[in-house]
Design a protein around this ligand. Structure first.
Ligand code: RAT
Ligand code: ZN
Length: 435
């Protein structure tokens, strides 16, 4: 049967759009196209140069990434409380010694640091970090950003911008010029998930809200969102949600979401990004590295997509067990766009599984990956890994297509890769109308 299929497809003529690639050339064409198209990174924690020191970069930041801090405590018997008293360079030194000198850096996050050092031709096996430190200290921030984006093969970066962050909001209030490559996102976690701790910060910005979000509070939050949207020109609004998230729900967060956030998104034509499945502070001693994962009940998403057809939802789920369900929901609701393999999902073995499943169920109608980079140079290894993992998956899908009787041209591959890594994001974030 397979042989017959192969025989019949070997004679497939050239298409109207170009010459079908012979089977053995598909994989090299896929690799070449993946490396030549600049991607859009739709979720990072990076900042445009105008945000100054909020933007993290360099070896000490790379080594104190919370993914690595969590790994450090598996090898070291240092108590987290003692670790937190160290200076940034001391933290970086002890992480380097523990994870990179005394042990082989074979985990995903440690290997990433090695890939970055290698990309800048810095030593990957010295016991001291001095050469790397000197290199990064000598870089000019703006030129370095451009070089790194180019090395990573991305040309557009989406930030995470919190209007209630004490360091960030004053910069916005003073005014930040638009950057052609860095786009803002209005992040809502403090409003939707921890209102009790943050409603007073909303009051301090001039809005009449109260602790229970009663009376005018809802319309005031809406005014707050509209004002911040005007200030930031975000490409979407976003919130990270726990595995226990339910919708609809008669909680302050549930009401604010339904009556303030969703209407504001509709009015502004913005998608809402929901990242579902974090178990916050499972181990608070690890601080940022102390969050875990839980399987969510995606009925919440089904309810949102069905009851609010004029809203669009960009969604990533943190639990491996929720991935298939997310694909099924995306087949039911075109106002749902699955994106990225987030955080604990961003390991090649799991990315491969999720991406195969998504292609099989959704074709090219999803956004395969984002970097979630917190430190600039991380985009180099994270996007390198994405390209490496995606190449064989895409090639295999085209090979199967070829075997089943449909040839593939370079133009087909170019169109598909562009759609996956640019077009879907551009459409959902209305990026074309901005340029
Ligand atoms: O992946 C991460 O770095 C997490 O700590 C979170 O920042 C997550 O990506 C988020 O945006 O909430
Ligand atoms: Zn993130």
């Amino acid at each position: 049967m397979t042989t017959d299929l192969l025989k019949s497809t070997a004679q497939v003529p050239a298409s109207n759009n170009g010459v079908f690639l012979p089977g053995p050339q598909i994989s090299s064409a896929v690799q070449e196209i993946l490396s030549s198209i600049p991607f859009i990174d739709i979720h990072t924690h990076l900042f445009a140069p105008a945000f100054g020191n909020l933007g993290l970069w360099g070896i000490d930041e790379l080594l104190t990434y919370h993914y690595l801090e969590a790994e450090f405590f598996r090898y070291s018997d240092m108590a987290p409380e003692n670790y937190w008293t160290l200076s940034k360079t001391d933290k970086a030194d002890i992480i380097w010694r523990t994870l990179f000198v005394e042990n082989s850096p074979i985990s995903e996050a440690t290997r990433g640091v090695i890939a970055i050092l290698q990309a800048f031709q810095l030593p990957t096996d010295h016991s001291s970090l001095s050469e790397a430190r000197i290199f990064f200290e000598n870089q000019n921030r703006e030129a370095h950003i451009q070089r790194v984006l180019q090395m990573a093969g991305i040309n557009t970066v989406v930030m995470t911008n919190d209007p209630l962050d004490a360091d960030e909001s004053p910069l916005w209030l003073k005014g930040v010029a638009d950057h052609t490559q860095f786009h803002a996102v209005l992040r809502l976690d403090r409003i939707l998930c921890t209102w009790h701790d943050h409603w007073q910060a909303v009051v301090a910005q001039g809005y009449s809200v109260d602790a229970q979000a009663t009376g005018k509070s809802i319309s005031e939050v809406r005014r707050f969102l509209m004002d911040w949207a005007k200030r930031m020109s975000p490409v979407y609004m976003a919130c990270s949600l726990p595995d226990t998230f339910e919708f609809p729900s008669d909680t302050i967060g549930g009401r604010l979401l339904q009556e303030a956030v969703l209407p504001a998104c509709r009015e502004l034509g913005l998608p809402l990004s929901l990242m579902i499945g974090v178990r916050k502070q499972v181990n608070p001693r690890l601080r940022l590295g102390g969050d875990g994962v839980g399987r969510a009940n995606l009925r919440c998403l089904e309810n949102l997509c069905r009851d609010f057809p004029s809203n669009r939802f960009l969604v990533s789920v943190l639990s491996r067990e929720n991935q298939h369900e997310l694909c099924v929901l995306a087949r039911k609701f075109s106002n749902l766009m699955p994106f990225g393999c987030w955080w604990f999902m961003n390991n090649p073995s799991i990315v491969e599984e999720i991406t195969r499943e998504r292609i099989e169920m959704l074709g090219t109608s999803f956004i395969p990956q984002h970097s979630d980079a917190r430190v600039l140079e991380q985009v180099i290894y994270k996007w390198g890994n994405t390209r490496r993992t995606l190449a064989p998956i895409l090639s295999e899908n085209y090979r199967l297509l070829f075997e089943h009787g449909r040839g593939v041209t370079r133009a087909d591959i170019q169109r598909d890769v562009t759609r996956l890594f640019r077009g879907n994001a551009e459409t959902w974030m209305n990026l074309r109308s901005r340029s």
